[in-house]
Design a protein around this ligand. Structure first.
Ligand code: ADP
Ligand code: MG
Length: 862
């Protein structure tokens, strides 16, 4: 398919291998993949889980318990640390496994010559000796030596830190993992896999860790804050205990209990796992996140800046019209079939135009079985088809002596074949280079573009004098004094469902803007057709954007904005200006030069099919199907995951209120009123009954309403969450707990001053424990939605939660009725009255939750 720029060629043989030879070599050399980084052994990772901040706190607590003469407590805390560590370890492993699987889905194909043909193979199948065909934007798949190079520049910053691209000619080598940012090349693989320089460097740096992300930082802050509060409260209770004359040994015990009660041990691993589950669901919808935290950022996106071609449209181009000085020819054909209806009498001029445009193209239409498909750029394939339709059988592909490749700043591409220069490109880019008056053509461009057609101007130049002279000159000198042949108008149908998706995004409070390299009139016509265009209509041009960032921000910050003829630099400015207005920006990009804009945007979005490797490497999100709808689907899942984290945070913290209350009442009574829950019971709640429902909440699917409300950029521990936990759910659970305790206690005739370690107090404690477990059971359902009562969601719609709740009830029964457990926890099964009050905790939590939701959102929206 691709003709290569001819000389200068080096002595390197780039004819390629046979498939058979390649298969043999593959057995010898092994797959072309980096050897897995020396992984930290499992036991070391587990050790890490046992020695982080919380764990160390708990170890100290255990030590204190032993010193204080409470070995059972000490042992129990150690069990907590171990169970927690193992649990966290398993979750981290699962999350990492999920992330690794996602990385495997990233496209990694390369063009290679085998059996005299060019094939696409997975980079892992490359062997030394393979001849690869690279073009601008490709990742160099292994260490290679260039056999033929035309205008090549390689970005080696990932290996050398040098940001300036290095130009390469034939005979030069390039390292795997770098990017070809300019030109095209035939190259022969010299080393693969573990023998590449990248592998050497990776082995050196495998110990480094990536910096923490904003989400990780926020979580760490929350955790530290809670831990600090826990310590302070514990210290306070220690002092109160001493003041009321409790022996220091018991005071210690209380202090430890309070600290342990307040620390949300299972929080961090649950967050990680929840992000990984979100990422997996996104992948199932063709949206691949390249880091887990992007899942959360996606949820808060407020502005999507999208390409036109391929994302909003199908990128199935069809050349429908050719305009020349001799007249107009209309071409009606299907797809890339060579048959078509042709109408118009300026046939020979149109044919000349099409052939010239084809000479400057690499994309081709090829017959695949019985179907004609595009290979390479679909627009160039459409030009190939146009030439086929107009001229019948085509002349063989001549090898250009030189190519000035397409670049989004120049917006044109040209080649020298024989003594002729062929140029095709955006009309504004080509017409000014043409000598004679181009007035009628310029007018025609506007008319065609306003019908939503993409317009390409085609020109030629007979190069005077010796050809060799022109092979050395810079493009500005070669591309002048052109003769305009004509214009080609191409139709690219919008994706059929894109209008609906834009509406969905708007309902979700997300603004959508079109940022395109195409002509303003074409962009505007497509924007209108798919319903993207805002009102009043505003179509900007890249070159005319205001200098001032603030003015630019104010201008851009509107839904349905269209920015046309943008360069990669202007794209970057657009992203920055919108961020300056407080937006969380998702920006798509596919080109070699889109990297900076993709990195600047909060969510850089690259195309899995049509984009370059460079863009994919810079992106946070890769659309496997290149479809706009996939961005919105990813945002939906991102919001859902964020809500899930919010959900189990609410759930966990509510438990803390119920766990702390007995200590508060005990302290307020000056130690007169017995403790409703002991430290061991609290540990049983935290690591026993609470864990599974929290996990199940982390896997909640996106609700129907997720895209019906505006985006929120909020802290996890926001005021709404605090209010719900500390003023609604927590107090209700605590009241039911203390009521259950009191009913049994006073029902059994306990009086002030009686002993606090009798069977009666233990039975009362069993009632309090049951009330908390049952209250948390209801709470799990209540936390499923921030606005709907659980019966509106359907009780069984989160299957994981159904199982978790069953397990919770089972665990409660074991804790109460299996004697060794009950003895360890220090409680007894309560009398029926205790059970009844404990059971009332379920409707009580539901009622409070329902009242809260009604008052907060009376209309009962989603
Ligand atoms: P889009 O935002 O639609 O993807 P591009 O940046 O790809 O726009 O293209 C910008 C303009 O450059 C197009 O409108 C077209 O005029 C011109 N152009 C695009 N691809 C080519 C090509 N392969 N050869 C010549 N000109 C091209
Ligand atoms: Mg494009």
């Amino acid at each position: 398919m691709a003709q290569r720029a001819g000389p200068p060629r080096s002595g390197v043989d780039a004819t390629g291998l046979t498939s058979q030879r390649a298969a043999e070599l593959l057995k010898e050399s092994g797959p072309n993949v980096l050897p897995a980084a020396k992984t930290v052994p499992q036991w070391r990772k587990l050790l890490g889980e046992l020695t982080h901040f919380f764990a160390v706190m708990l170890w100290c607590a255990a030590a204190l318990a032993f010193i204080g003469g409470m070995p059972q407590l000490g042992i129990a805390i150690i069990v907590v640390v171990l169970v927690n560590g193992v649990f966290a370890h398993i979750q981290q492993e699962r999350a990492q496994h999920a992330a690794a699987k996602l990385r495997g889905l990233l496209p990694a194909d390369v063009s290679v010559r085998r059996d005299g043909r060019i094939l696409r193979v997975h980079t892992s199948e490359l062997v030394p000796g393979d001849a690869v065909v690279l073009s601008a934007g490709d990742r160099v798949p292994a260490d290679v030596v260039f056999a033929a190079a035309s205008g090549c520049a390689v970005d080696e910053s990932m290996l050398t830190g040098e940001s300036e691209a290095v130009s390469k000619t034939s005979g030069d080598s390039a390292w795997g993992g770098t990017f070809l940012v300019n030109g095209e090349a035939d190259a022969v693989v010299s080393r693969t896999g573990g023998n590449t320089r990248l592998a050497g460097i990776a082995a050196l740096t495998s110990g480094t860790v990536s910096p923490p992300t904003p989400l990780a930082l926020e979580l760490r802050r929350i955790v530290r804050l809670i831990a600090a509060v826990a310590m302070a409260v514990a210290g306070f209770f220690f002092l109160v205990s001493l003041l009321v004359g409790i022996p220091w040994r018991d005071a210690f015990l209380f202090a430890i209990g309070v600290a342990v009660a307040l620390v949300p041990e299972g929080l961090l691993p649950t967050v990680t796992l929840s992000l990984a589950m979100g990422a997996q669901r996104m992948a199932a919808r063709n949206a691949l996140v390249r880091n887990l935290e992007a899942v959360e950022t996606l949820g808060s996106t407020t502005f999507i800046c999208t390409d036109k071609t391929g994302t909003l449209t199908q990128n199935r181009m069809n050349a429908v019209e050719v305009f020349t000085a001799a007249g107009r020819v209309k071409v009606r054909g299907e797809g890339y079939e060579p048959e078509a209806d042709i109408e118009g009498d300026a046939l020979s001029a149109a044919t000349r135009t099409a052939l010239a445009a084809r000479a400057a193209s690499q994309g081709r239409a090829v017959l695949h079985g019985s179907e004609w498909t595009a290979v390479g750029d679909p627009m160039e394939a459409a030009i190939d088809v146009l030439a086929r339709r107009l001229s019948g059988p085509l002349p063989g592909d001549a090898t250009p002596a030189r190519r000035f490749a397409f670049d989004p700043r120049r917006r044109r591409e040209s080649v020298i074949v024989g003594a002729t220069l062929y140029v095709k490109g955006a009309p504004e880019s080509v017409l000014p280079l043409c000598g004679k008056s181009t007035g009628p053509a310029a007018e025609e461009v506007e008319t065609m573009a306003s019908r939503g057609l993409r317009v390409i101007a085609v020109a030629v130049r007979k190069l005077p004098g010796p050809r060799e002279h022109w092979l050395e000159r810079p493009p500005e000198e070669v591309e002048t004094g052109l003769a305009l042949l004509g214009l080609i108008a191409l139709h690219d149908p919008p994706r059929p469902d894109v209008g609906d998706v834009i509406r969905t995004a708007r309902e979700a409070g997300i603004s959508v803007g079109m940022i395109t390299g195409d002509h303003p009139a074409t962009a505007a016509a497509i924007a209108r057709e798919i319903g993207l265009m805002g009102s009043p209509e505003l179509v900007l041009e890249g070159a005319l954007l205001p200098e001032d960032e603030q003015v630019l921000g104010a201008l851009l910050d509107r839904d349905g904005i269209v920015v046309s003829r943008v360069s990669p630099e202007q794209k970057l400015r657009v992203a920055k200006a919108l961020q300056g207005r407080g937006h969380v920006v998702a920006m798509t990009g596919d080109g070699v030069n889109d990297g900076p804009a993709l990195q600047e945007a909060d969510i850089g979005v690259a195309m899995g099919r049509s984009g370059t490797d460079v863009a994919r490497e810079a992106a946070d999100l890769v659309l496997l199907d290149d479809h706009f709808a996939t961005i919105v689907a990813a945002i939906e899942q991102g919001r859902a995951t964020y809500s899930n984290i919010h959900r189990f945070l609410t759930y966990h913290l509510t438990d803390n209120v119920a766990e702390l209350t007995p200590f508060v009442i005990w302290a307020l009574s000056g130690g007169q009123f017995p403790l409703a829950l002991g430290v061991l019971q609290i540990l049983a709640l935290d690591i026993g009954t609470d864990l599974l429902p929290a996990l199940a909440l982390g896997g909640e699917k996106p609700g129907k309403g997720v895209l019906k409300r505006p985006p929120e950029r909020r802290h996890l521990m926001d005021r709404q969450l605090m209010f719900r936990v500390f003023c609604v759910l927590g107090p209700v659970e605590a009241v039911m707990e203390m009521t259950a305790f009191s009913v049994v206690l006073f029902g059994g005739g306990w009086m002030r001053g009686d002993a606090q370690d009798t069977g009666l107090v233990m039975a009362a404690s069993g009632a309090a424990f049951s009330a908390v477990v049952l209250g948390q059971l209801a709470n799990a359902f209540a936390c499923r939605s921030a606005s709907l009562p659980p019966w509106k969601l359907g009780w069984l719609t989160n299957r994981l939660l159904s199982w978790a709740v069953l397990a919770e009830v089972g665990a409660l029964a074991v804790c109460l009725f299996v004697v060794p457990f009950a003895a360890l926890l220090g409680h007894l099964p309560p009398p029926p009255a205790g059970f009844v009050v404990a059971a009332v905790a379920v409707p009580a939590v539901f009622a409070a939750d329902w009242a809260y939701k009604r008052l907060r959102r009376p209309a009962g929206g989603a």
